[in-house]
Design a protein around this ligand. Structure first.
Ligand code: ZN
Length: 170
């Protein structure tokens, strides 16, 4: 396993549309292992493969709270089958937009289907933080970052903040 670099806005790779995975193989699992390690090290609760520069439809997530045992989840080729009309706001953040948090409205429950770490199909409803996180991560697969929902002014301000922080790190 290896920790990979996480791309930050406005890196154009984050705008790429991710391709479906043909089959979940050892190579896919190695990618998921790296992604999980990278996410834990950041630390974060969700990561899409494109955020480490691999535009494939792969997501990792762990919503365990502090002090709880790790509970990694893996999603390959996820699709939303159904959602509800009720929207719920949540203060979202993103490893590709460090230190920026903004309230985003999303359907509070979604039904999704995906392949897991072993390539087995799972279909289930997600709600609460799980629903927020999977919709946020699936946006990455479409080349959408959460700040794209903000006004142009707020988005530009977020990007400038990230660029300034990156410059200080370099
Ligand atoms: Zn994100």
């Amino acid at each position: 396993m290896a920790i990979r670099d996480i791309l930050t806005v406005p890196n154009p790779i984050l705008k790429e549309v991710s391709k479906p995975v043909d089959q979940v193989t050892d190579e896919t699992r190695a990618l998921m292992d790296d992604m999980l390690e990278t996410m834990y090290a950041a630390p974060g609760i969700g990561l899409a493969a494109v955020q480490i520069g691999v535009p494939l439809q792969v997501i990792v997530m762990d919503l365990a709270k502090d002090g709880e045992a790790p509970a990694p989840r893996y999603f390959v080729n996820p699709e939303i089958l159904e959602d509800v009309e009720e929207l719920k706001p949540y203060d979202e953040g993103c490893l590709s937009v460090p230190d920026v948090y903004e309230s985003i409205d999303r359907p509070e429950r979604v039904k999704l289907t995906y392949l897991d770490y072993n390539g087995e199909r799972v279909t289930e409803w997600a709600e609460g933080l799980y629903a927020v996180c999977i919709q946020h991560e699936m946006d990455h697969l479409k080349g959408v970052v959460f700040i794209d929902y903000l006004s142009r002014l707020k988005r530009d301000r977020a990007i400038k903040k990230v660029q300034k922080a990156e410059k200080l790190k370099a």
